[in-house]
Design a protein. Sequence first.
Length: 316
Amino acid sequence: MAETERFVFFLLPEFSHLAFSCAVEPLRIANLISGDHLYTWTLAAADGTGETCSNGSVTLVDRSFEAVQRQDRLFVLSGVNVRAHIGRPLLAALRRERARGARIGALCSGAWVLAEAGFLTGVRTAIHWDWHDSFMEAFPDVALVRNVFVADEKFVTAAGGTATADLMIHLIGARHGRSLASAVADQMVYNAVREPTAEQRISLQARHGMRNPHLARAIQLMADTIEAPLSPAEIAQEVGISTRQLERIFGRHLNCSPKKYSVDMRLQKARHLLLQTEKPVTEIALACGFSSSTHFARVFRAQFGITPAMQRDRIT
């Protein structure tokens, strides 16, 4: 009989229910298929009674963070507004469990909690793509990756959603063999299990149904130079085509100019930083390639219909 591996999930308010299901169900199915108690799991929340997830449903839990007994693996599971739900009792419980020897991980936006606890310095880490911009600003010493999950570090992380199922199936396979992992995936009717190195977001080519290498290279350059944007002429020179060719490629494939695409990309990053950080608007403007907060506010309002300050007020 295989030794039972004990999991505990720390549920934070507004946690992702999708990620929660994708975490627990593979463990349940592994037990069912094997006919053995390969896994047990305990649920914990701040008050020890229950927690409300992002879709409004309530999940009952077994105990509070403070009352958790030593487990083999601990996962922090959060969702939107994760920063608002990080408190001293949670961080103290995580540090206690680390001292006890639990293998700690995080799902969805949970990596933010581990970074706040000081666990992830120099650690390759996955977090939901929507948090990438603010996470990089807040924790520059963390080796953030765009992978769906990271399983070969001391602290295991997954980007949430179905990436959680990918991670759990990977962990089942590593402990009990590929055959059981495949059987779990089959039972879930999940025939597209991803490797850790898979990227979270749909590729540009898949999203727009095109395979133009010049366009892909131009967009990558825009992403790499957000703080100091290149002009269309500079991008065209780097790509090895004329500015006019670059304009035509963007118009044909994306129905916009290179300049507009670049501005839209920078505004999206600025919006993430406004919603997810407390950085001053002036600092966000500079981080997103705008020369002044006045210019930034004007362009932001033209795009979203509200000022940067109004955008931030909507979440307070």
